[in-house]
Design a protein around this ligand. Structure first.
Ligand SMILES: Cc1ncc(COP(=O)(O)O)c(C=O)c1O
Length: 977
């Protein structure tokens, strides 16, 4: 074996000798009486082999480092048994008794010492836990992160009373020994800059630890409860339920276990500190952390990261062939970078807040005003939040808008304008970014009408800086950018002394002395930064400004109290959406999401033409359709213009459900028949009639059993996964025609046949060619009417066709439409011929209080105008085609995408576990939707199997948005969900 200069000691053990698979197989045969093939597994210190017996059963051969004693290995077997006995549901690899070949009982030794290359080496055979570890840098979803934290806590509780001589050892992984270990390991890091960073981080962490080390509980811990050492028997959810490799079992700080677990999360895609802390709260719920442990946690995470990196370098230097260690170096480095991505006190503040402990915040000292002769009451506050009306109509996207708004306020007479401290600024957000923006300034920006005298709010010493000056006072520093100093560098000033003259823009921040100058941070980090940064607003206004944002969780709790449970919301932890603009949605932290589900918002959110038209109409008149006003006529004329001849009588209602309901009532009135034919796996609304013809079990699991007897259903004409696929799909029409005939023959001829003309609820699947034409003909031949539900797919979304029925080359008798036609204004329409419409007289006359109101009609007109003037149908065609092609290309690399359905901007990516069985990947789809939200994309599942990503964004979506969507999906499918 090639070795270079090695420094072997219990703290820095040398690797075991190479052992071939054949030797391993021999060892288990001779020592354990097992006949099995052996396959090597990677490890830093031991030699491990997976054994496969003739019957296919797996076991594990562990040949320990020669420095390991039999007592240590026995301690590991005892610990494993203890976890198995006390922590129900946690799987562990029990050791085999070499004498009996079965799980060893208490007291039985499980170790055989084998000779290899003249060295005695202790070997054991253990159960092999089936399942996957969480190894690699793939994404770990929040439930997995939480499960890992809870697992660590349960193992700690199980081992709390373990007392075994073999569990007290000198180990480089005992974080209590880190300074000694690093003294040996750090010199192995060749890169001097990295070495220095590691050294500095470890030193800072150690000095924080020192303050609480005496109060940290100790016990025997697993010592390496990481992503690599847990297994999940649950292939889809990846919830870890098994713990392996007790080889680092040792007495140490209990909280060290959690630090090891948490640090192992930090190299996973999309798992940053904030995400990893979910493991901490889960741990804390099972085994509450003391304050000292919470304070120690992040220093220990940093220390562990430093030891990992340094040890990785050491192993690579001393065991050059160790590819496992080489590959791990990148992960170890990523852990270190993430662990130190915020200052240690900030990370600790966040840990404390996570487990509900108080955090000591940086406070302003006693102070006077900063700007001389400024009346705080006259100062204007600039609202740059996501709800700011100053940022309406997309103004937040204008470059330099913050300065323009401040200048506008000054020009309106304010002597000064101040931004809000720690406000997530919409102006700092980027549309369709994959990460939450660092848009929260931990400083305030002040704009003054003219230069003002800046005075010292407290006594201190002055230092000049490139952009202004710094006033130091005991524990805090006031940083002023945009001031011409009038005090000499190094000079001391009393409170109230002039510091200099401001320019028109002044930046003000207060930090603890020596703290890193904070750049804008992500909104969720602002609170933790308060440990280092104080709110300087009182220096200008004499008070802090309240945070106008509502707490999303508290609001969700209120929502639960006042809204019916069945009125569900997207996502378990929904973002609080406060603004929409074009194809984007914005949450209260001013994070901008790409909205890929809102086909209701056809022309985009907050379209100025619509909002202006509606506001003007509200100011003038809003009444009901029994009055005679111009806009209802103008609007109905415009709808009729989009339709084929003969569809010329319009009813206006408020929703899709009402439109479908009314369409069925018209058919009933016209045919005097109650029987209706509908396709299965469809949704048409919630009112009594529209619900009766809705058969989608995704919306109502009892849908099929609870149909009234007047509803007859046809096989779902799904050419991808239905009864007849591909070229056989024409058989749906034949069977449907036969069913229409059968019903007529049985004395139940249907009055109406209702279907979406493009199968929206199934995920945007085109109906088989000729399907509607055959069924419409058959229904009409037996005296029934054809009703097209265009609520989802109509109005230009399909790109090549304005109405879905055009794709099938048919003309229905009755069209029901809603959603897109009002862009969110409650508006629906039913359009039929005058002849049929008049037959409704048998039901009485038709009236809907708000249906067709002036406000709804101007909204409807504005939508049609915008679709025409902005070429949105053509945009749906072009961007939609591109979208579809990109998704199809993605499917070439990701077998989970079974098919891409749809047309224009009504697309569906159907996810399957197996392309031949088409097993629906429903759990994966749900998890992917969650992860896509993390990456800035709002997307939801659809279809009866909830395995289709329904892609139906506002029609103004761009190709850049498509790239963002597809890149995000690619990342999720590559790195996991
Ligand atoms: C095809 C179809 N028809 C009708 C409706 C009911 O529309 P609304 O929710 O406006 O009542 C929906 C709603 O999702 C739908 O998808």
């Amino acid at each position: 074996m090639a070795t270079t200069d090695r420094t072997a000691s219990p703290l820095v053990p040398s690797p075991p000798p190479e052992i071939s698979a054949a030797d391993a197989a021999r060892i288990v045969r001779e020592q354990f009486g097992l006949v099995a093939d052996a396959e090597p597994l990677g490890s830093n210190q031991d030699r491990n082999f997976v054994l496969t017996a003739e019957d296919g059963a797996h076991r594990l051969l562990k040949i320990a480092n020669p420095g390991t004693s039999v007592a240590e290995l026995d301690a590991q077997s005892v610990a494993t048994r203890l976890v198995a006995a006390t922590a129900a549901g946690i799987r562990v690899p029990l050791a085999l008794d070499p004498e009996t070949g079965t799980a060893a009982e208490a007291g039985a030794s499980t170790v055989r010492v084998v000779e290899h290359d003249g060295q005695p080496m202790p070997a054991r055979v253990l159960d092999y836990l089936e399942g996957r570890t969480l190894s690699g840098s793939g994404h770990l979803a929040p439930p997995t992160v939480r499960a890992l934290g809870a697992l660590a806590a349960r193992v700690d509780l199980a081992l709390a009373d373990l007392d075994h001589p073999g569990a007290v050892r000198e180990s480089q992984w005992d974080l209590r020994r880190a300074p000694e270990v690093l003294a040996v390991l750090l010199p192995q890091v060749g890169d001097a800059a990295l070495r220095e960073r590691l050294r500095a981080a470890a030193a800072e962490a150690w000095s924080s630890l020192d303050t609480v080390a005496h109060a940290l509980a100790e016990q025997v811990i697993h010592g390496d409860l990481t992503d690599d050492n847990v297994v999940s028997g649950d292939a889809v959810g990846r919830l870890p339920d098994g713990v392996i490799d007790f080889g680092d079992l040792n007495r140490s700080w209990t909280v060290g276990e959690l630090a090891v677990t948490v640090s192992s999360l930090l190299h996973h895609d999309g798992v940053d500190i904030a995400r990893a802390l979910a493991a901490v709260s889960a741990y804390d719920r099972t085994r509450p952390l003391s304050r000292a442990e919470a304070v120690a946690l992040w220093p220990l995470v940093v220390t562990r990261a430093v030891v990992l990196v340094a040890s990785g370098h050491h192993v690579v230097a001393t065991d050059p062939g160790n590819r496992y260690a080489e590959e791990n170096l990148a992960h170890e480095r990523a852990i270190f970078e993430e662990a130190t991505s915020v200052p240690l006190p900030v990370a600790t503040a966040r840990v404390l807040a996570t487990v509900g402990l108080t955090v000591e915040e940086c406070e302003l000292p006693a102070h006077g005003p900063l700007l001389a002769d400024l009346d705080p009451e006259a100062v204007a506050v600039l609202d740059l939040s996501a709800t700011s009306s100053a940022l309406d109509d997309g103004r937040w996207l204008e470059p330099g808008v913050e300065e323009s708004l401040a200048d506008e306020a000054v020009s309106e007479g304010a002597p000064a304008v101040v931004t809000r401290f720690a406000e997530p600024r919409l102006t700092g957000a980027t549309p369709a970014a994959t990460a939450a923006p660092a848009n929260t300034a931990l400083a305030i920006d002040v704009t003054v009408a003219q230069p003002r005298r800046v005075v010292a709010p407290w006594p201190g010493s002055v230092r000049h800086t490139p952009s202004g000056l710094l006033l130091h006072h005991d524990e805090v520093e006031l940083h002023l950018d945009g001031v011409e100093p009038e005090v000499a560098d190094g000079g001391a000033v009393p409170a109230g002394a002039t510091l200099g003259l401001s320019r028109t823009r002044l930046g003000v921040r207060v930090t603890r002395t020596g703290a890193d100058a904070p750049r804008p941070v992500r909104a969720d980090w602002a609170r933790a930064w308060r440990s280092l940064v104080a709110d300087p607003t009182p220096l200008l206004l004499g008070r802090s400004l309240p945070d106008p944002r509502q707490d999303p969780e508290a609001l969700a709790a209120r929502r639960r109290r006042v809204l019916a449970d069945v009125q569900e919301h997207y996502y378990d932890e929904p973002p609080m959406i406060v603004r929409g603009w074009r194809q984007y949605l914005v949450d209260s932290d001013a994070r901008v999401y790409l909205d890929s589900v809102n086909n209701v918002t056809s022309i985009g959110h907050a379209h100025p033409r619509l909002t202006e038209a509606v506001a003007a109409q509200w100011r003038t008149l809003n009444t009901n359709s029994r009055f005679h006003y111009p806009v209802i006529t103008e609007y109905a004329e415009r709808i009729v213009e989009t339709l084929p001849d003969g569809l010329d009588a319009v009813f206006l209602v408020n929703s899709g459900s009402e439109a479908v309901d009314l369409a069925l009532r018209i058919a009933r009135a016209c045919t005097d028949r109650a029987d209706v034919l509908a396709v299965r796996e469809a949704y048409h609304g919630w009112t009594f009639l529209s619900d009766a013809v809705s058969t989608s079990v995704a919306d109502n699991p009892q849908a099929l059993e609870t149909r009234p007897d007047w509803v007859h259903t046809l096989d779902a004409p799904n050419s991808y996964r239905g009864t007849h696929r591909g070229a056989d799909a024409h058989r749906y029409a034949e069977e449907a025609v036969a069913e229409v005939g059968r019903l007529a023959g049985a004395g139940r001829p249907v009055g109406a046949f209702i279907a979406e003309p493009f199968y929206g609820n199934a995920g945007g699947i085109a109906l088989p060619d000729g399907y509607l034409s055959a069924v419409y003909d058959a229904v009409r031949a037996h005296g029934g009417l054809a009703v097209a539900d265009e609520v989802q797919v109509g109005y230009g979304r399909l790109g090549s066709w304005f109405w879905g029925f055009e794709q099938q080359g048919v003309v229905p008798d009755v069209v029901a439409v809603a959603k897109a036609i009002g862009n969110g204004q409650p508006l629906g329409a039913v359009i039929t011929s005058h002849e049929l419409a008049n037959r409704y007289r048998s039901q009485g006359y038709f009236f809907s209080s708000a249906g067709g109101s002036p406000v709804s009609c101007v909204a409807g007109l504005a939508v049609l105008d915008v679709i025409r003037d902005e070429g949105l149908q053509e945009n749906a065609r072009l961007v939609g085609d591109h979208f579809r092609r990109r998704l199809e290309r993605l499917a070439e690399h990701h077998p989970l995408i079974g098919a891409v359905h749809g047309s224009g901007l009504y697309l569906g990516a159907e996810l399957v576990r197996d392309r031949s069985t088409l097993e629906p990947a429903a759990e994966e789809t749900a998890a992917i939707c969650e992860r896509m939200r993390d990456l800035g994309v709002i997307i939801q599942p659809t279809g009866d199997r909830l395995c289709v990503l329904k892609i139906k964004p506002p029609l103004c979506v761009t190709t850049e948005d498509v790239e963002a969507f597809v890149d995000a999906l690619d990342r999720v499918l590559t790195t996991g969900w």
